[in-house]
Design a protein around this ligand. Sequence first.
Ligand SMILES: Nc1ncnc2c1ncn2[C@@H]1O[C@H](COP(=O)(O)OP(=O)(O)OP(=O)(O)O)[C@@H](O)[C@H]1O
Length: 231
Amino acid sequence: MLQLQGVCAGYGASRVLHELTLDLRESETLVVMGRNGVGKTTLVETIMGLTQHHAGRILLRGKPVERLQAHERNRAGIAWVPQEREVFPSLTVEENLLVVARGGEWTLERVYGLFPRLRERRSNYGDQLSGGEQQMLALGRALMTNPQVLLLDEPVEGLAPLVVQEMLAAIDRMRGSGRMSILLVEQKYEQALAHSERCVVIDHGAVVHEGASRDMLADEALVERLLGLSH
Ligand SMILES: Nc1ncnc2c1ncn2[C@@H]1O[C@H](COP(=O)(O)OP(=O)(O)OP(=O)(O)O)[C@@H](O)[C@H]1O
């Protein structure tokens, strides 16, 4: 669905990604892990076209997109939910969703079905929402564009434990429906691995491990070596 081949990218002259290669398959959820500052957010921003692209190819269904502007990539089928929840504060929940709507299987009703809380808050303005509701709205907005590829950058960061469970359950329901591919950046590796099919680990801007999430979850020594986390 989405392939990165030897991608070098960064900010201005500084390179953060070094010949990064990865493959996001159709309908799968791929989790991207790594220590702080290794380039996970830079990877997502590079896929969206928000960094300096130095070399390599980014292919969406085999077609190169690395020369496209961010809005063109979005139109081509890549949606992004950034770490900062981007919702319009002066629009209602419903207006926030409808303003980005593009035809497809994700409709207002389906998004409300995924997040009943958004239906309850449909007439509230973006700046009247809690952090968790804003994150649901940010995700709902991305779905309303009916993407082929959804990029989620630490979607449960900073949320209360109950809201984290609600978000993860919603992500699982999303995974179970349709053919969308999801690239999920997540620090909390146990959660991330439990909610994905495959994982990659990034270090110094390159992929240093790729495999089944299930296998990684079962291999404490590997987790310790790659992520430096002890139980
Ligand atoms: N806007 C920017 N301008 C310049 N350098 C940046 C910018 N954003 C990130 N960097 C640098 O790029 C490198 C990778 O950062 P990035 O945010 O991609 O890492 P990360 O793996 O997502 O980290 P974290 O887990 O802390 O979110 C860091 O050295 C960081 O200082």
